[in-house]
Design a binder for this molecule. Structure first.
Ligand code: ADP
Length: 618
């Protein structure tokens, strides 16, 4: 038997693992299973690629077993195996340069931070969290000698000759006090299903099941072996091998949805970054789509090993309805939450995935009207959030979002609008701040309708918040018709003469309303109605301020509207000759209040409005 000292870094690493990762002990099983899976992969490759190994007959498998009495837990594989030299290099040193330099960088304080330590694969040594002694018995493929490595995980390890009938490795853990809970069938099954369900090779668990006689009396026990992983990892299979039903079945199992998905996007990236993504779009918006603490739908795997299903950073929040899997070849296994969020590899995968999804949505809109209608009826609103959140993809998102329109039924996109624009039309017009009926009845639309200019009807409550961040579609500026400055194309109705003629009546109204309004103007956009309100170009609209307040945002104070009046309307014409101050005040007050009401804005003092109206009527 030969006694070896651990490389100093290994001793440090062991110390760190045992003292920092104990809150997450169960990961030892994930690490051992993934080592076994790697060993099987390596041998499988050799038996295909190298003449010398082709004679090895080999049915790759991983076997787990435990012995409650002896307090042992064993992970066995028939993979590539290790000889004496391999053991010294792999289980006595830290070969990976990344881990070494990471250890060097750790400050005293950081050592206490288990999340930080979790960023590199702690690997084999993590088994010392649950074992006070480990034996590894291994025989390398193509060799006849077998070796036993053993250690208590402190300063040294021993290597001696051993016996093993076939190639492969058995890792035998002598469970410590903390580790005994893992000598349990259900615990093991649960951990394997959680982390290693999609490992490509079959994982078997051997356990004893008690047997009872007819009277319910224990009459002994029987040893059983069950396969406990499903091993599908469907996303890793070639698209050409998979049928629609396979995709749908996998979706229903993993996303807990009773319905088939609406569609899926399966992508394999090779090159600088290697990863596979399989995304699903549900038929229906998930029930928690509008909850702040929604459950993310995308799971992260590293080389088929499950890492997390609870990371909101894997996808931007506006794509929170997407379900599926990201499986990376390049991330370390034990990547922690904090590290994930600033991880460049993951960021690149995310960016590419978002682009891919958005362009798939776009092509759906062009190629499959029926599915597209279902899609947009469910997810239009989150995509609108995207226009606000994701400046980098705003152009793509503008091609996807849909609105109602003053001149077309159903949903209209910016491109549809542009195609219908009048040849000399300069801008794209929209109106926000109310439900469809209110908006369509708004006096603000009159002049546009009269001139046959289409206006997008934006009746979603978030439109008001989002649209100010969307300035253009292609070369056309977007103009809200309820804002000052959106009326220049309606100019014909206004001329210098009219301005001059109406100046006195405008002054009269302004004086009567005082500080209830920001300004009073002669309108270019009114046809039949006597008055309307608009917001100053840089002010929030009143509706928006009311909505933000309802959402618990700080009060934006009193936002004063601009009142526009129609100089041709009989009420305004009547005002021109009116002399009685009280009557002028009543008429001006009603002109303002009815303009507010028709936009669906609650009056501050409805009683005052009613009094004025009654005085005028009598
Ligand atoms: P990692 O797997 O990240 O390289 P580990 O500490 O888990 O780090 O394992 C160190 C090395 O030990 C592996 O790279 C591999 O060469 C070897 N090894 C571990 N388990 C096995 C196994 N079951 N069969 C063959 N080699 C193994």
């Amino acid at each position: 038997m030969a006694e070896h000292q651990f490389q100093t870094e290994v001793s440090r690493l062991l110390h760190l693992i045992i003292h920092s990762l104990y809150s997450n002990r169960e990961i030892f099983l994930r690490e051992l299973v993934s080592n076994a899976s790697d060993a099987l992969d390596k041998l499988k490759y050799l038996t295909v690629a190298e003449e010398a190994y082709k004679s090895i007959s080999f049915e790759p498998r991983i076997d787990l077993s435990f012995d409650k009495e002896a307090k042992t837990f064993t992970v066995r594989d028939n993979g590539i195996g290790m000889n004496e030299t391999d053991m010294v290099e792999s289980l006595g040193t830290i070969a990976r340069s990344g881990t070494k330099s990471f250890l060097e960088k750790l400050t005293e304080d950081a050592k206490k931070d288990s999340n930080l330590i979790g960023q590199f694969g702690v690997g084999f040594y993590s088994a010392f969290m649950v074992a006070d002694r480990i034996e590894v018995i291994s025989r390398k493929a193509g060799e006849t000698a077998a070796w036993k490595w053993s250690s208590d995980g402190k300063e040294s390890y021993q290597i001696e000759a051993a016996q093993r009938d076939e190639q492969g490795t058995a890792v035998i853990l002598h469970l410590s006090e903390e580790g005994t809970e893992y000598a349990n069938r259900w615990t093991v099954e649960d951990i394997v299903k959680r982390y290693s369900n999609h490992v490509a090779f079959p994982i078997y668990l051997t356990y004893d099941e008690k047997e009872y006689d007819g009277k319910g009396k224990e009459k002994g026990s029987k040893t059983k072996t069950d396969r406990i992983n499903s091993g599908t990892a469907l996303w890793r299979r070639a698209k050409s091998d998979l049928k629609e039903e396979d995709y749908a079945e996998f979706y229903k199992q993993t996303a807990y949805d009773g319905e088939d998905p609406l569609f899926y996007v399966h992508t394999k990236a090779e090159g600088t970054l290697e990863y596979v993504t399989l995304f699903y779009i549900p038929q229906r918006a998930p029930f928690d789509l509008y909850n702040v603490d929604y459950k993310p739908g995308v799971k992260l795997y590293v080389k088929r090993v499950f890492i997390t299903d609870d990371d909101k950073e894997l996808m931007p929040s506006y794509l929170r309805f997407v379900r599926g899997v990201i499986d990376s070849e390049d991330l370390p296994l034990n990547v922690s939450r904090e590290i994930l969020q600033q991880n460049k590899i993951l960021l690149n995968i995310r960016n590419a995935s978002v682009k891919k999804l958005l362009s798939e949505f776009k092509s759906l809109s062009e190629t499959n009207k029926e599915k597209w209608e279902t899609f947009i009826s469910q997810f239009n609103r989150p995509l609108k959030e995207g226009m606000y959140q994701d400046a980098g993809n705003q152009e793509l998102l503008k091609e996807l979002v849909r609105f109602k329109s003053s001149s077309a039924e159903g949903r209209t996109g910016f491109a549809d609008y542009a195609a219908r624009m009048k040849p000399d039309q300069k801008h794209i017009y929209y109106i926000t701040g109310g439900d469809e009926k209110t908006l369509k009845a708004s006096p603000l639309l009159e002049a546009y309708t009269a001139k046959d200019i289409e206006v997008l009807i934006m009746d979603d409550d978030i439109d008001d918040i989002i649209m100010p961040s969307v300035h253009k579609y292609k070369d056309w500026e977007l103009k809200a018709v309820n804002r000052a400055g959106a009326d220049e194309e309606l100019g014909a109705k206004q001329d210098k003469q009219a301005e001059k003629e109406n100046k006195p009546v405008i002054e009269k109204i302004k004086k009567a309303l005082g500080d209830r309004v920001k300004e009073v103007k002669l309108s270019r956009r009114l046809h039949d109605s006597p008055s309307c309100i608009v917001a100053d170009e840089n002010d929030p609209t009143i509706q928006m301020a009311q909505m933000l307040k309802a959402m618990g945002q700080p009060d934006m104070g009193d936002i004063k509207p601009i009142l526009e009046v129609n100089g041709d309307h009989p009420i305004v014409a009547g005002l021109k000759t009116a002399e009685d101050e009280a009557r002028i005040a009543d008429i001006a007050g009603v002109l303002l209040d009815q303009a507010l009401l028709v936009e669906g804005i609650k009056l501050k003092d409805p009683a005052d409005f009613v009094k004025r109206l009654n005085r005028l009527l009598s």
